[in-house]
Design a protein around this ligand. Sequence first.
Ligand SMILES: Nc1nc2c(c(=O)[nH]1)N[C@H]1C(S)=C(S)[C@@H](COP(=O)(O)O)O[C@H]1N2
Ligand SMILES: [Mo]
Length: 318
Amino acid sequence: MWVHRRPGWRLKESAATDESVYLNRRQLVAGIAAGSMLLPQAAQAQRVTDDPSAKLYPVKRNEKYKLDRPLTDEKEATTYNNFYEFGTSKSIVRAAQELKIRPWTLKIAGMVEKPFDIGIDDLLAKMPLEERLYRHRCVEAWAMAVPWSGFPLKALVDLAKPLGSAKYVVMTTFMDPSVAPGQKQFFYPWPYVEGLTVAEATNELAFIATGIYGKPMPKQNGSPLRLAVPWKYGFKSIKSIVKLEFSDKRPTSYWEAAQGSEYGFWANVHPAFPHPRWSQESERMLGTNERVPTQVFNGYGEFVGDLYKGLEKERLWA
Ligand SMILES: Nc1nc2c(c(=O)[nH]1)N[C@H]1C(S)=C(S)[C@@H](COP(=O)(O)O)O[C@H]1N2
Ligand SMILES: [Mo]
């Protein structure tokens, strides 16, 4: 995932992240006081969090969404990231901790009955939270399988009350170069924007993830609101959303604006449509590095295949 001016994907793949970022500082101090740095596993795993939604998790798993492969190791899925706001490498965990996730306001705008703002904690209290096991396939050909917590995007669309004339849902990431140094790079079309048709957004698979592995979403994975559309390439799954706008015009999404010859609006996964610079026939699982064949719609054709009937002339596959 790069434009020719920024060969970020060629950077080292090792996502070595200093675990100390995650240690609960009080436990760390207590550990030192007790004369031992050997914290129990559970304490090691516990992340520092300024996220007041922690008490909401874990949420009940919806067993309808099955995986064909083992879950990716939590450490891998939460330390190997794409979040260009914080840098073009995969190791942006530390930089992303600068993001302030409270207060956090989501703007509902555009073609709706009545535009409104809603605070993240009010929204979380209104939405039907559940856990889903989903695959994730980055256009760069790495993949993972993770337990997201969150709610169907349809529940949020219903809350927003779009007008019948709205055709697209346009989502936007926060814009603040003072916390996200990547946004100082003028040749990227900030802020990050993504869009779905209203039909896609209300498909049962479209999910707003607010947590992962039974805990609130880490900042590096797109806290506090992040899209998960597992039949599309990963770049559609926009992170840290601040605005949901309804429109009758198709938006130009971030990667389309950055490199339209390589990334399109629909970006549905298909093994037989190569990226101009690499094959999409297989993918590499984070953690195990196992190579597995890529599937049409990332294996979710039974849910979403009907969405594209009559659109065969479009560039449906990234
Ligand atoms: N705002 C924003 N959202 C983003 C990105 C980004 O750079 N900025 N990267 C996308 C890409 S290319 C992928 S593969 C996924 C990565 O999500 P993860 O880091 O949680 O695995 O986030 C997507 N959402
Ligand atoms: Mo990606």
